[in-house]
Design a protein around this ligand. Structure first.
Ligand SMILES: Cc1cc2nc3c(=O)[nH]c(=O)nc-3n(C[C@H](O)[C@H](O)[C@H](O)COP(=O)(O)OP(=O)(O)OC[C@H]3O[C@@H](n4cnc5c(N)ncnc54)[C@H](O)[C@@H]3O)c2cc1C
Length: 393
């Protein structure tokens, strides 16, 4: 019996592994983004803004994308696979969209869901799930990135109240957030606080001049004697392990998300190579171009297999080990950025134009390579897991 033609976009038939529900998530998110976002995303990237944010947040809320893998409080309570697939489609359009959803759901909402009081959960999670309240997550500081345990933002007691002083840097969603989850040193070590952004002494100036994640809001957080009631502290968060648990959630979304950016770049390069003629034939017919397209496809689909495996581990009773997430984040981001850079070469001069998605994805992935633990940090985390020796300091 003759074989059916290979699907160039899915040569290993990995989409056949998805359930009907997961395919429905994929197609609903894809359709929405194709209709409402794709026609504008290059302009938003160029102008360095996400001008539709309050409306977009509500639309994402209606689609169940905010806190998608969390239970209760209006969250969709879907599988890790479904959440990953949504991240993939979002990032196939732009890493800025996936970053928005990751920070809202996996960082800000997850922190409150996992470590918050009943009152904090009731107050914030339903509105955040609906996209009516945007959240941010303030861990990084100007002088403390990869080593957050050394943070200098302080929370001190004043009677029953807490007073927060310090600065956070590179905070996604900061300037548009209604609530900030802020991590600070206390006499008892690192603790988390739920800070309404209209609290006196809180401000979130926008960070400008970014050449990456331009369709995403990135801000500084300034905490200048911000007074909070005792009830603002996340009661179950103790030590720097608490924010790291949240980061692990967001990294899982990145493992999937970057396969979307890489898929988009591969597709753009393959289409271009089929149409662009030089020396009398399509550049896809040259061996050197084919080698690029084949190598890109191998890494893209190996990355998807890694994401699928991590999803199944995450959905299993044993769960997924943080070092396994490091495996996925390290491999998939590193390969995705290489795929985008190779795709750019296939497009020649057009590769540097925003008329095509490739350079935008490549530039965005420079941020993704750095945030949620740099490549180097994940090498060290995996190195420790594999050898038993910590080489961080
Ligand atoms: C667009 C964007 C959005 C972001 N959003 C958020 C957010 O919402 N919330 C938040 O809290 N943070 C956010 N970040 C911050 C991000 O998490 C940090 O930038 C990241 O953790 C790295 O910290 P750093 O930039 O201070 O680099 P550094 O930690 O100063 O690292 C600089 C270089 O030194 C290397 N290095 C450091 N230590 C070692 C070591 N022991 N061994 C070998 N190499 C080492 C690093 O790998 C890196 O290559 C965001 C960043 C960007 C770019």
């Amino acid at each position: 019996m003759p074989f059916a033609a290979l699907d160039p976009v899915d040569p290993l038939n990995l989409e056949a592994l998805l359930t009907d529900e997961e395919r429905a998530v994929r197609d609903t998110v894809r359709q929405y983004l194709d209709d409402k976002v794709e026609p504008h995303i290059a302009d938003w990237f160029e102008s360095g803004e996400l001008p539709v944010l309050p409306e977009l947040a509500r639309e994402f809320g209606k689609m169940g994308l905010l806190g998608m893998h969390l239970e209760g409080y209006g969250c969709a309570d879907m599988s890790a696979r479904a959440y990953g697939i949504a991240c993939r489609e979002l990032e196939a359009t732009d890493s800025g969209l996936r970053s928005f959803v990751s920070v809202q759901g996996s960082l800000a909402m997850f922190a409150i869901h996992r470590f918050g009081s009943g009152e904090q959960k009731q107050e914030w999670l339903p509105r955040m799930a609906a996209g009516e309240a945007i959240g941010c997550f303030g861990l990084t500081e100007p002088d403390h990135g990869s080593d957050p345990a050394s943070m200098t933002t302080r929370a001190r007691r004043d009677g029953d109240d807490w007073i927060l002083d310090g600065r956070k840097m590179w905070i996604t969603n900061g300037s548009v957030a209604a609530v900030a989850v802020v991590w600070a040193q206390t006499e008892d070590g690192v603790r988390g606080f739920v800070v309404p952004t209209d609290a006196p002494g809180f401000s979130a100036p926008l960070i400008k001049h970014k050449m990456s994640l331009r369709a995403s809001v990135t801000s500084e957080l300034v905490l200048d004697g911000v007074r909070l009631p005792a009830s603002a502290r996340l009661p179950e968060a103790r030590g720097v392990g608490a924010p790291l648990t949240c980061l692990n959630e967001a990294r899982y979304g990145i493992v999937w998300g970057v396969t979307g950016a890489a898929r988009s770049a591969w597709q753009a390069a393959a289409d271009y190579a089929g149409q662009r003629e030089q020396f009398g034939k399509p550049i896809a017919a040259f061996q050197l171009t084919q080698q690029k397209l084949v190598d890109m496809a191998l890494e893209l689909h190996k990355a998807t297999l890694t994401a699928l495996r991590l999803a199944d581990l995450k959905d299993s009773p044993a769960g997924v080990h943080p070092a396994q997430i490091s495996f996925g984040k390290l491999n998939n981001v590193r390969e995705a950025i290489q795929i985008c850079r190779t795709a750019r070469t296939i497009l020649g001069a057009n590769g540097i134009s925003l008329e095509y998605p490739v350079i935008r994805h490549a530039n965005n992935l420079e941020s993704v390579l750095t945030y949620e633990g740099t490549t180097e940090m994940h090498i060290l985390a995996l190195g420790q897991a594999l050898t038993g020796h910590a080489a961080f300091r």
